[in-house]
Design a protein around this ligand. Structure first.
Ligand code: BG6
Length: 489
C-alpha cells in the first residue's frame, strides 16, 4: 500500500512564482502532497515575482493552476485550508537592495527547518539571485537551492552558473532537477536492475545486442517557441533527460542507493560516452524539423510557420553512440527524441542477442527483448519466445511477460515534481544531478554541435503529427540491419 510519510515543516520560496513552471508543476505538486497529508500545517509556500500581486490574487492564481491539474474540481473549503500556506512577495530577486526583509519575515529562520529556494526563472539570473540571497544572509546551513534545467546552454555557461551558485551554496545544498528522474518508471530502472538477480549477469556486451532510447512527443513547440528556438531537441531533451536515462541503464551497480554513490557511477558513463566527431556526424546522427502535417485529421503548421521566421533549430534528433568501457564495448545505443511525432511515448528497449544456434528455423526466431515503457502505459515487458499451441507445425511467437503499472497498482499516479520536491525537503540528493554530470553532458553535447557545424549536417524533415520522425532516422538503424522497436497503436 502506498502511504505518505509526512515530512517536517518547511519554507519554500518559488522565484518565478507566477511563471509557467510554477503554474503547471510546482504549485499543483505542493497542493497534491498537502491534500495527501504529507505537508505539515506550519509550512510556508511563498511565490516571488516581479509582477505586482496581492496574497489573494496569488492564491487565486494558484487555485486555477491546481484546479486545472486536478482530476476532480477542488472544493472551496478545502482550498481555504490550503491557501493559508500561500504568500506572495513582489520583488526583483536579482537586486540585493530589494526588500529582502519582507521575505525574511515570512521565513521561520529561527527554527531548525529546511528553507528551500526554487529558481523557476531563466538560468541567466540564477547567479544574481544566489548572490542576492547570500547578501541577504539567506544562504546558511538550512538553505537548499533548487535549479531547474537547462543549466546553461553550453559547457562554458553551465560552468559559469555552477561556479556562481557554488560560491554561495555548498554542493550538498544544490538540487539540480531533471524531472525525468522523478518519474516512477525512471526510479524503477534501478530497482529493476539491482533488485532482480536475473538481469545483472546478462547486462553487458556478451548478451545485449543494442539499446534504444526513445522520447517521442506529440505536441509541437506551441507558445514555447521563443525558448525552444534557442535550444532545439539536442539541448532541450538529450543533454539532460535522455542522457540521464542512458546513465541509469548503463551505469555499474552503485555501492549503495546513496545520492553520491549513484552520481559517481553516472558520471563514469558520461565520461565513457564516445564523442561524435565531424567525420562521423552525418553517418551517426540525424537532425530534422517538422514540416506541415496533421493531427486528428486537421492540418497543423510546420515548425518554421509556427515560429514565423527561418531557423536551423532541430525539433528531432536521432543518434547512434557507444559507451566505450569494458561492459559496453561495441554495443550500439540508439537515441531519438522529437516533437510533433505521431504519438507520445517514451521507452527504453534492451535488445538481447539471438540464441547461438537457431534450432527452430530462422523465420520464427526472434531474440529476447526488454521494453521499459516510461510513459504513457507505464510498465515493463519482457518478450520471450513461446510455442504457439495447436497443430500446424512448430510455430514460435514472441510474446511479452507484461508488468503494467496500471493493472498492478491502484494508486494515484504522482507527477514527477511531487517526489522531487519532497526529496528536497528530506535532504535526499539521490534523484538530483551533480555538477560534474551536468558539465560532462554539456561537454558531449557541445562536441556534437560543433561536429554538426563542421560537417554541415543536413536538416531533414518529417510531417507534423504523422510519423516517428524522418526516414533518415529509420535508415540509421537499417544500415546496421536493425530497426526501431515499433510503437503500438
Ligand atoms: C522539458 C522540455 O524538460 O520536458 C520540454 O523542456 C518537454 O520541451 C518536456 O516537452 C517533456 O516532459 P514530459 O514529462 O512531458 O515527458
Amino acid at each position: 500500500m502506498a502511504k505518505f510519510i509526512p515530512v517536517e515543516a518547511f519554507d519554500i520560496v518559488i522565484f518565478g512564482g507566477t511563471g509557467d513552471l510554477s503554474k503547471r508543476k510546482l504549485l499543483p505538486a505542493l497542493y497534491h502532497r498537502w491534500a495527501d497529508g504529507q505537508i505539515p500545517e506550519s509550512t510556508n509556500i511563498i511565490g516571488v515575482s516581479r509582477s505586482a500581486m496581492s496574497d489573494d490574487e496569488f492564491s487565486e492564481f494558484a487555485f486555477e493552476a491546481c484546479d486545472e491539474a486536478t482530476e476532480d474540481s477542488i472544493k472551496r473549503e478545502e482550498w481555504d485550508a490550503f491557501r493559508k500556506h500561500l504568500h506572495f512577495i513582489s520583488m526583483d530577486a536579482t537586486d540585493p537592495k530589494a526588500d529582502w526583509k519582507a521575505l525574511k519575515k515570512l521565513l521561520n529562520r529561527k527554527e531548525d527547518r529546511p528553507c528551500i529556494f526554487y529558481l523557476a526563472v531563466t538560468p541567466k539570473i540564477y547567479v544574481p539571485i544566489c548572490n542576492a540571497l547570500g547578501q541577504a544572509g539567506l544562504a546558511d546551513n538550512d538553505s537548499r537551492i533548487v535549479l531547474e534545467k537547462p543549466i546553461g546552454t553550453d559547457l562554458a555557461s553551465a560552468r559559469a552558473i555552477n561556479e556562481g551558485v557554488g560560491a554561495v551554496f555548498p554542493e550538498e545544498c544544490i538540487y539540480r532537477i531533471d524531472h525525468y528522474l522523478g518519474k516512477e518508471t525512471v526510479q524503477n530502472l534501478m530497482v529493476l536492475r539491482f533488485a532482480n538477480s536475473l538481469f545483472e549477469p546478462m547486462w553487458n556486451r556478451t548478451a545485449i545486442d543494442h539499446i534504444q532510447i526513445t522520447v517521442a512527443e506529440h505536441y509541437g513547440v506551441g507558445d514555447r517557441a521563443g525558448y525552444y528556438d534557442g535550444s532545439g531537441a539536442l539541448r532541450d531533451m538529450v543533454q539532460n533527460h535522455i542522457l540521464q536515462l542512458l546513465c541509469l541503464i548503463m551505469m555499474e551497480p552503485p555501492n549503495s542507493i546513496d545520492g553520491d554513490a549513484i552520481r559517481v557511477e553516472k558520471i563514469k558513463v558520461m565520461q565513457a560516452l564516445r564523442p561524435v566527431t565531424a567525420d562521423v556526424a552525418n553517418e551517426t546522427t540525424v537532425r530534422a524539423q517538422y514540416a506541415e502535417g496533421a493531427v486528428n485529421s486537421k492540418a497543423v503548421p510546420g515548425y518554421i510557420e509556427e515560429l514565423g521566421h527561418d531557423s536551423q533549430t532541430e525539433t528531432f534528433v536521432a543518434i547512434k553512440t557507444f559507451v566505450d568501457n569494458w561492459r559496453w564495448a561495441r554495443v550500439p545505443i540508439y537515441l531519438r527524441t522529437g516533437k510533433r511525432l505521431r504519438k507520445r511515448h517514451s521507452e527504453i528497449v534492451v535488445q538481447f542477442r539471438p540464441t547461438p544456434v537457431d534450432m527452430f528455423g530462422s523465420e520464427s526466431a526472434q531474440s529476447n527483448r526488454l521494453v521499459i515503457n516510461v510513459q504513457p502505459d507505464e510498465g515493463v515487458k519482457l518478450f520471450l519466445q513461446i510455442k504457439e499451441p495447436g497443430p500446424g507445425g512448430l510455430r514460435i511467437r514472441s510474446l511479452p511477460l507484461n508488468l503494467s503499472y496500471g493493472d498492478n497498482f491502484l494508486v494515484r499516479y504522482p507527477d514527477a515534481y511531487e517526489r522531487l520536491l519532497m526529496d528536497v525537503v528530506r535532504g535526499n540528493l539521490s534523484l538530483f544531478i551533480r555538477r560534474e554530470e551536468v558539465e560532462a553532458a554539456w561537454s558531449w553535447v557541445d562536441g556534437l554541435l560543433a561536429a554538426w557545424d563542421q560537417a554541415d549536417a543536413p536538416m531533414r524533415s518529417y510531417p507534423a503529427g504523422l510519423s516517428e520522425g524522418p526516414i533518415e532516422s529509420q535508415m540509421l538503424l537499417k544500415s546496421d540491419n536493425r530497426e526501431w522497436w515499433k510503437v503500438s497503436e
